[in-house]
Design a protein. Structure first.
Length: 476
């Protein structure tokens, strides 16, 4: 039956109109997938799983899945769970044949809050080849290019989110959470102990290594940190984390949001990424030991230089929504700081810079927000860094200043001298379109597909009338 499903799903459609550039030339490995299916079935039986959730995320970061009974997982995992790609945010149309989601056995994990269901991250295959604009495929491809240079990228992320009331207009769920500077507030944190504690316990059961949780800088905002890992594993976990947070919140009658800027007067939700370069063979950290400022190695320095040079195009993937730029270009918040970068700068242990170097074993990119597709954000970082490595870019001098201090002439000059961040999504998309380094790393097929869908998203926004317009222009 598995072979029948495989042949049915991979048969070329005579009606397909999707451009050949949208499909990868990377062939699908049938033998490898059959072995993975057996591993999934064997491990699932040992865990007593009754169902499997075959999951993937589309270009906009929306998680899609199918629920498969345990009795059928062998054939479905071998031949793929079938989807109509046009029904999701992908560059496909209704005449295209089946899109197949191929589970990665390494990602199998029982849902801690529903342990009879096993979750699986999937790679996307179409017409016998990996879908070139499939987000997980894109990240795997860029990481393989880094590996060709003998390097591996490891990441750890800081996922921020708000807990809102479950009904009515968006509002912080905790009516007592009203401090002007609520960051690390013990009482607000412990009023959500049941929720945060359960999250931490689930993450421990999953083997992620959670090590701290806190109330963040905005009312109703929280963050949980866990151990860093290979960039692909971390991206898989961010997808799972968002799913888990939303599920546990809904079970309590709450709503969790990862919207970058849900409240104009409060700090937005970032997705700060701590990155480190490692020897692909030995696993040794090769980010530090350099003689330059803050101890970055020559490789890490060129990697960061690539990020700084391509930051405007990178933002199209790390900050992919209209709302993203309300966080990046925000006025000062009620707490006194936005905590978001204002230009393409880097510094030592300084949270006002775009790239912070807290020690010589890692660097933190403070650009991304929680609306990003975790695979595409990591792929953008890797592609920009790879371009910096290949061109041996030289990192500019660090800006070891309070870059939020507009009254400091030196800080103003440093910001003015640095590449500005995009002011809106359209600017970021145009920058991605024209960035040769990012196109080389990510692939033209992916970039063109992504731009097509995101520009359509921007056009929808631009055509929408807002309350602001009626308030200001109805009587003009």
């Amino acid at each position: 039956m598995a072979a029948i499903l495989l042949r049915r799903g991979l048969r070329a459609s005579k009606h397909a109109t999707v451009s050949a550039r949208a499909l990868s030339v990377v062939p699908f490995d049938e033998a490898k997938q059959i072995a993975a299916a057996k591993e999934i079935d064997d491990r699932g039986r040992a865990c007593g799983l009754k169902f499997y959730q075959c999951s993937w995320v589309d270009l906009f970061g929306v998680q899609r899945s199918k629920l498969v009974p345990a009795a059928r997982i062998g054939e479905i995992a071998s031949g793929g769970a079938g989807f109509a790609g046009f029904a999701a945010h992908l560059d496909m149309d209704p005449t295209t044949g089946d899109l197949l989601a191929m589970p990665d056995a390494a990602t199998l994990a029982p849902l801690p809050w529903r342990p009879e269901v096993g979750w699986l991250a999937c790679d996307l295959v179409h017409e016998g080849a990996e879908l070139a604009h499939g987000p997980r495929n894109v990240l795997r491809s860029v990481l393989a290019k880094l590996e060709d240079r003998g390097l591996a990228l490891k990441t750890g992320v800081e996922c921020e989110f708000f807990l809102l009331g479950g009904e009515g207009p968006p509002a912080v769920a905790d009516a007592l959470d009203t401090q002007g500077k609520p960051c690390y507030d013990a009482h607000a944190l412990m009023r959500r102990f049941d929720f945060i504690g359960e999250l931490c316990e689930h993450m421990e059961a999953l083997g992620w290594g959670p090590y701290q949780a806190d109330h963040e800088d905005a009312n109703g905002q929280f963050e949980i940190n866990w151990d860093f890992d290979d960039a692909l594993a971390t991206a898989d976990r961010v997808v799972f984390f968002k799913y888990m947070v939303r599920s546990l919140a809904e079970a309590r009658g709450l709503r969790a949001t990862f919207m970058p800027k849900p409240f104009a007067h409060l700090t937005g939700s970032g997705c700060h990424a701590h990155c480190s370069l490692h020897d692909a063979s030995t696993g040794a950290n090769v980010s530090g030991g350099g003689a330059g400022p803050h101890g970055l190695s020559p490789a890490a320095s060129s990697f960061v230089a690539g990020l700084l040079e391509s930051v405007r195009g990178v933002a199209a993937l790390t900050n992919p929504t209209v709302n993203s730029y309300k966080r990046l270009n925000a006025r000062s918040t009620a707490s006194g700081a936005t905590w978001s970068p204002n230009a393409a700068t880097w510094a030592g242990n300084n949270r006002t810079a775009l790239v912070r170097v807290p020690d010589d074993r890692r660097f933190e990119l403070r650009l991304a927000d929680m609306s990003c597709n975790p695979y595409l954000a990591a792929a953008a970082v890797a592609a920009a860094g790879l371009d910096g490595l290949e061109r041996e870019l030289v990192i500019p001098p660090p800006s070891d200043l309070n870059l939020f201090d507009a009254a400091d002439p030196a800080a103003r000059a440093a910001v003015a001298a640095a590449t500005p961040l995009p002011s809106e999504l359209r600017d970021a998309l145009d920058a991605l379109d024209g960035d040769a380094g990012l196109r080389a790393g990510l692939g033209d097929a992916f970039v063109d597909s992504y731009l097509k869908l995101r520009r359509a998203h921007w056009a929808d926004y631009a055509a929408t009338l807002s309350p602001f317009e009626f308030d200001h222009y109805l009587d003009c």
